[in-house]
Design a protein around this ligand. Structure first.
Ligand SMILES: [Zn+2]
Length: 508
């Protein structure tokens, strides 16, 4: 028998537990900021969004929607029929649509609006950064979907919770950046950039779940005429597996990848096809578009492979291992990304050794040798030059790749380390001492620390001063020789008998 006092205590405990349970229930569902997004057959070409927000202890709150973003302008034209349960005013201020509402302190305000694309012509690459809502499916980046309270996040790093709920016609699929990535209702916690740099696709889609060891990759596509999606999915799976194995980084969550077709707008001139394959790396996700055009299947497939390997590599080089100075360090962030994504395609046998050498010759050695800016110093790769001049734009990719090849070969020939070992140490430091990023001297010091070889003199010559690397006078991977052609452009040749040795050396 329990004493009455004990029972009373037990009861109190139960009541307390029940209250706590109710409390935690409220915490998880009654978020201060919540969105409900609805797609319905009676609303073709539009999504209806309802937002609820509990205001601060003030009487006015500003909400905003991107008007200009990622090179797009006038996105406010896609934000329609904004209504609220309180007085509301709309203005466009600089690159934002600003909505000001009047309310009582701590009032729960409700806004509703439609996102309706301002362009509905043929879906060409040029309009993929604007909201896309076509018959049967949609693709939106967060900045085109969410009206956000301006002060909810007090700093760029501040974390806040948001609930997002979807009402979609039955049979529709959904894939988003916000984990769990196929869920119709999520509560996520993150910085202000979380919603803006997310992607949302839904509708009549094929969504594959690709096992990659650890958290899966979700791959959402629409039908293509010219591209074999099973093969694209297999290569995506290989790319993620290869990268996770390369970095030995088990901290990766699930990943959402979208690949949608775009179409050529101009009348098709067989001599001037307008082929575009492009991608954007986002929060736990990656959004890609490729032109679907008859007769270009193999070329599109090749470029989609490249895109997957290159962009996924940026998840580590650029996003996790951050650099301090954009263009000045593209030799590393773009050049080393190129070098290692090519190495991984070789490792996974997406490229064979002969194809690797062919790419090396064509895309790097020959392209750099023919470039009018091949020997300009690194500090002339400015924002202006990079974004306005195609030769400057390509320079850090080519120069950085060849420098990585040179350095990796020297390290492998003279030490027991490789450049990949150095990158893994950079990754480890990016979580501890270099959270804010690396300068060039920090990258070079780290390579010396790991391998004992100081790469600074070579870096000064080949990166900073922009001198060409004379591959005929340096150590090369086994089986590789350099020939000089009549136009004085070096050409690498691989001895067929040493293909296997070359492969083992390169992927070491
Ligand atoms: Zn890149």
């Amino acid at each position: 028998m329990y004493s009455r006092r004990y029972l009373a205590r037990l009861m109190r405990y139960w009541i307390l537990t029940a209250l706590l349970w109710l409390g935690s229930g409220q915490n998880s569902w009654a978020q201060r900021l919540a969105y409900t997004i609805e797609a319905a057959p009676q609303l073709p070409n539009a999504l209806r969004v309802t937002l609820t927000y509990t205001t601060a202890d003030t009487t006015a709150t500003i909400f905003r929607y991107a008007n200009d973003n990622w090179g797009e302008t006038g996105l406010g034209a896609c934000l329609a029929e904004v209504q609220a349960n309180v007085p509301i005013q709309r203005k466009t201020v600089g690159d934002l649509v600003v909505l000001t509402v009047q309310h009582r302190p701590r009032q729960r305000v409700q806004l509703s609006y439609f996102v309706r694309p301002d362009r509905t012509d043929t879906l060409s690459y040029e309009r993929t950064y604007r909201p896309i809502i076509e018959q049967g499916y949609f693709h939106l980046y967060g900045y085109g979907l969410f009206v956000q309270p301006a002060r909810y996040w007090t700093t760029a790093e501040a974390q806040q919770r948001v609930r997002v709920r979807w009402h979609l016609p039955s049979g529709w699929k959904l894939l988003t950046s916000l984990a769990p990535q196929t869920a119709r209702q999520v509560v996520v916690n993150g910085p202000a950039s979380m919603l803006e740099s997310s992607v949302f696709v839904g509708g009549d889609l094929q969504v594959r779940k690709l096992p990659v060891g650890g958290e899966p990759v979700w791959f959402a596509t629409r039908p293509f005429q010219s591209l074999a999606l099973d093969s694209a999915a297999r290569h995506l799976q290989l790319a993620v597996r290869a990268q996770r194995a390369f970095w030995r980084d088990a901290s990766q969550g699930s990943l959402a990848v979208t690949l949608l077709p775009t179409y050529e707008r101009r009348p098709i001139d067989p001599n001037r096809r307008h082929l575009s394959v492009s991608g954007t790396a986002l929060l736990n996700s990656f959004s890609a578009f490729a032109t679907d055009a008859d007769g270009l299947g193999p070329e599109i497939a090749e470029r989609v492979d490249y895109l997957f390997f290159h962009e996924l590599m940026h998840h580590w080089i650029g996003k996790q291992i951050r650099l301090r100075k954009e263009e000045q360090q593209y030799w590393f962030s773009e050049g080393f990304t190129e070098y290692f994504q090519t190495q991984l395609r070789l490792r996974m046998q997406v490229l064979n050794p002969a194809q690797y050498v062919q790419e090396l010759n064509q895309d790097f050695v020959s392209a750099l040798s023919r470039s009018p800016v091949r020997n300009v110093p690194n500090d002339s790769i400015t924002y202006h030059h990079f974004w306005t001049n195609r030769d400057y734009e390509k320079l850090p990719y080519r120069r950085g790749f060849l420098f990585a090849l040179y350095l990796d070969t020297q390290l492998k020939q003279t030490t027991s380390y490789s450049l990949a070992d150095c990158l893994r140490v950079m990754l480890a430091r990016s979580y501890t001492t270099n959270k804010k990023g690396f300068t060039d001297p920090e990258l070079l010091t780290l390579i010396k620390e790991v391998t004992g070889v100081d790469p600074t003199p070579a870096y000064q010559r080949y990166i900073q001063q922009g001198q060409s690397i004379d591959f005929s006078s340096v150590a090369l991977p086994p089986g590789l020789r350099v020939q000089s052609t009549t136009d004085n452009i070096p050409l690498f040749e691989l001895a067929p008998a040493q293909r296997e040795e070359f492969y083992q050396f390169m992927v070491r």
